[in-house]
Design a protein around this ligand. Sequence first.
Ligand code: NDP
Length: 292
Amino acid sequence: PDASVTVLGLGAMGRALASAFVHAGLSTTVWNRSVGKDTELVDAGAQRATTVADAAATGGLVIVCLLNHASIHEVLDPAAHELRGRAVVNLTSTTPEEARELAAWAADHGIDYLDGGIMATPDMIGGPHASILYSGSTHVFEEHRQTLELLGTAEYFGDDAGLAALCDFALLAGMYIMFAGFYHGAAMVRSAGMSAKDFAGRAEAWLTTVAGSFAEHAVRMDSGDYSTSDEQTLVFTKSAVDAIVRASRDGGVAPHVIGPVKALVDQQVADGHGMEAFERIYEGLITGQESD
Ligand code: NDP
């Protein structure tokens, strides 16, 4: 690992990142906009910097973990001069386009830029289940890989700085929709007196089992051939989803989550694809058009 690192931003995630470096014995300089968030880190051996320029001037790898794209510019722009020639790893969540904009800004200022997407919560940092996706400067990734591995498994996607954020957000999209699906099911059984806790175990087992078929679905999605010989056609799925929507309404559950799935299925059936497989609703997503 590097001998020294600087962490800019000490929210819940920034503190976890800095703590992993301190505990690995790296000389760690920390900075945060508001005071008081560095107390435990300084007690554990980190060095406090009072300005971003001071923090940047200490040398070593610079890790940025702030709120969003705008806050990164607010913090880095005034210190661009001190950051010239340095390696900056941005672990703030941004959109792919924002990551590319930051990479272009960094290149204009002679800064070597790597973007990262953290697939972990702060308590997981440094543990076996933390994974961080990276893209941007190959040089920064290769040179600092050992240091980055202190935070979690490090995976590099290529020199387009937007790729890590793209994959990060694609995974999070699936996660949020899955959680909302669990909440929808919990709301349905609640009408019969079952608690969310009682439903959780069942939902986990079922969703884990069905997730095992992603690769099978992917074959049709990648080939664009949705022909199917089994009975699970879109007409069959439409009947099932319509019934789920009716059952939800009967139980006083709003169709906000299942509704868009119904709309995607209805669209494909209306377009004449009723005898094809359920996965065809993917085609309704990749057009980029919002249905009504
Ligand atoms: P927090 O809300 O705990 O911390 C936000 C940090 O950003 C604080 O240090 C805050 O400073 C700083 N900040 C916000 N706006 C500005 C600004 N204009 N100028 C300077 N500093 C600013 O968030 P987290 O630490 O949890 O998250 C940080 C990043 O990590 C986010 O992009 C998040 O999406 C990402 N992430 C977080 C995960 C999590 O589970 N927490 C998981 C994966 C990614 P101040 O203390 O002064 O307010």
